[in-house]
Design a protein around this ligand. Sequence first.
Ligand code: PAF
Length: 283
Amino acid sequence: MKTVSKIEDIRKELNKARMDGLRIGFVPTMGFLHEGHLSLVRKCRDENDIVVVSIFVNPAQFGAGEDLDSYPSDIKRDTALLEAAGTNILFLPEREEIYPEGFSTNISVAGVSDGLCGRSRPGHFDGVCTVVTKLLNIVQPERAYFGEKDYQQLQVIKRLARDLNIPSEIIGGSIIREDDGLAMSSRNVYLTPEQRESALSLNRSFKVVQDALKEGVEDVSELRADVEEFINSHEYARIDYIEFVDPEFLRPVRKIEGDFLMALAVYVGKARLIDNNYFEVQK
Ligand code: PAF
């Protein structure tokens, strides 16, 4: 595996590969890798000839008071994991390489960015879209891979790629969970053992919804109230949002009439955790 930090150098490497007719796959990350990232790297390796992974903690997607300065990092460990998972090129740029002096462009996707995390974290998706556009322009992959834990991010990036005619296929990878069901996240490292118990309220709340659906509940405000009560019964959990939306445009649904996505964000101690579940509904 080669580690490259300059845009000019990664372009040279990838131009060579492209001239040899090799298919380039790309997994953008912010590092502190876990099995969720590695599952994307393996999928990328299975579907492409060259696997490029970037690690860049993107300041533009963090709001004031968020964890930019304490975001966990362990480049040595990440490098070993990526090498073992079959990565060919690790792109590890400095901040100035991505945002040089005078950088003043902002990419914003309306609609699908507006609710859920977009409402709670103003500017977050502009930061994501701006850096992802840059990274896709730099790497120019045939396929790029993003985890479904950040379901809204995946939909926003799909919209971005369609709207801007970015010729990379945007592919989602399933949520990878710990044995007890907690969705893997770099931020899980912030949890104390007591807080981790409260963190399980996110994934366990899907069962609360499943049970209510079985009993015939169709009113979303009733479902939300059940989930709220369940999560609030956990000592360290503080709800940011619980939303029931249509899976494509992420518009709120009021009555369950077909498939829907439940997405939630909950603060547990210093960690803001997100999770989601796609519910198939036979009508
Ligand atoms: O999902 C992430 O880790 C980040 O949002 C991404 C896509 C790497 C952009 O910084």
